[in-house]
Design a protein around this ligand. Structure first.
Ligand SMILES: [Fe+2]
Ligand SMILES: [Fe+2]
Length: 283
């Protein structure tokens, strides 16, 4: 199974500041084309929050249009920039989204890896929270299928990244989540967004991984730096691949930049000593 993950597209209204400054919607269009061109084609795509910039209906309509060409099933969760009601209204064709006005948490059961979506949104706040209700739901869901490899996905990563400006808007009390996850060793990974960088951390007996944004990244400023800067480093998606027998998921980074054609140096049987790089191959 190949689980593709993209994050933090921050689509805004047409012609707005995010179009002019960061071209977020153009970047998401490129990400969709990249995902469709991947071989093997991912089985599913996860979109881990901050879908739009201001949670507005016109932004969600635009997001839906940009995502429409995606060739595989898509599962979305909210981030701190999202609005649950507007999201659910715009994604009325996404039957898995709960429509009871509560948290947007759900499970996906149709593939070898079970997917469990968590909702860390606190309306009006940049930081995230998993309250007792959300954690009790997670504990119950994970308890239903202890034998199945499971991937949990959520917007706010459950650990301090040491990028201080982002940690100031992190997840409240990650230890409460850790206590739940430690009871369920079949959780292969916790896939997150929010930080706009690729980051990996050992967490509660599993692996927590942060997916970069499809658009702008957060500049890598480690302490003592306290500023927050964005940088147009190459966007990327994550590919969570597996499991294979006893071996669990393996996570790869796939840059969303198709201007680097591969130069084949080994054809599976022999090394191609005299192979010539393809047109466009850049040193
Ligand atoms: Fe974001
Ligand atoms: Fe965020």
């Amino acid at each position: 199974m190949v689980i593709a993950q993209i994050s933090d597209p921050h689509v805004s209204a047409a012609g707005g500041k995010f179009d002019r400054l960061l071209a977020t919607t153009e970047h998401l269009t490129r990400a969709v084309a990249h995902l469709n061109a991947l071989r093997p084609r991912p089985d599913v795509v996860l979109l881990t929050g901050d879908l739009v910039e201001h949670g507005r209906p016109d932004e969600y309509r635009r997001l839906r249009e940009v995502l429409a060409p995606l060739a595989m099933p898509l599962f979305v969760i909210p981030g701190n920039h999202d609005d649950r009601a507007n999201l659910v209204r715009a994604f009325d064709h996404h039957a898995y989204l709960p429509r009871d006005g509560g948290f947007l948490q759900y499970t996906v059961e149709e593939w070898p890896v079970r997917l469990v979506a968590l909702d860390t949104l606190v309306p009006g706040e940049s930081g995230g929270r998993l309250c007792a209700d959300r954690l009790a739901w997670l504990d119950a869901r994970l308890g239903e299928a202890p034998g199945r490899p499971t991937l949990v996905f959520m917007h706010h990563p459950p650990f301090a990244t040491r990028i201080l400006a982002m940690d100031a808007m992190g997840l409240e009390d990650p230890r409460a989540l850790a206590a739940v996850l430690r009871r369920h060793p079949h959780v292969e990974a916790v896939a997150c967004g929010h930080i706009h960088r690729t980051i990996v951390h050992r967490f509660a007996g599993t692996v927590a991984a942060v997916c970069p944004s499809t658009a702008h990244q957060v500049a890598l400023d480690l302490p003592p730096e306290r500023r927050l800067a964005v940088v147009m480093e190459p966007p990327a998606c994550l590919l969570h691949v597996g499991p294979d027998g006893d071996a669990g998921l393996v996570t790869h980074v796939s840059p969303i930049d198709d201007s680097h054609p591969p130069f084949v140096v080994y054809d599976g049987e022999r090394w191609l000593a005299d192979a010539k790089p393809p047109p466009g191959f850049r040193r």
